[in-house]
Design a protein. Structure first.
Length: 131
């Protein structure tokens, strides 16, 4: 059986729902759906671009805690509630991943867990030089 490492981000939903922000098994890191939430549990204020920056910062911190970097990301899934936000979310995604170019999907959904959330993102990373 492979070793399994998990990380938390402080989201109040982690304990309530029973999930980890990210899990590493072998050379693979899977990051749960991540929304724009602050350390105190409040939602990040602002529009889609600001929320996307916060989401990607949370994802980056989780991946780094498990021994990877954003350069190791091979897949993202972006969930947005308003098609009009696609350009803003995509632009921030491009700022972070422009050179990495992971496989990516953006889907419009009817709602996210909190009505003020504009975007939620999942990520998968494969660590080069895994132990």
């Amino acid at each position: 059986m492979m070793d399994r490492a998990c990380t938390k981000s402080g989201s109040p939903y982690e304990a309530a729902i029973g999930f980890s922000r990210a899990v590493r098994v072998g050379d693979r890191i899977l990051v749960s759906g991540t929304a724009a939430i602050e350390p105190d549990g409040s939602s990040t204020p602002g529009e889609a671009a600001a929320q996307t920056r916060r989401v990607l910062a949370i994802i980056g911190a989780a991946i780094e805690e498990l021994g990877g970097s954003m350069r190791d990301v091979v897949r993202t899934r972006m969930f947005i509630v308003d098609p009009a936000d696609a350009e803003k979310v995509g632009a921030v995604h491009g700022e972070v991943f422009g050179d990495v170019r992971p496989a990516a999907t953006m889907v419009v959904v009817s709602a996210l867990l909190r009505p003020e959330w504009r975007v939620e993102i999942e990520a998968e990373a494969l660590i080069r030089n895994a132990r």
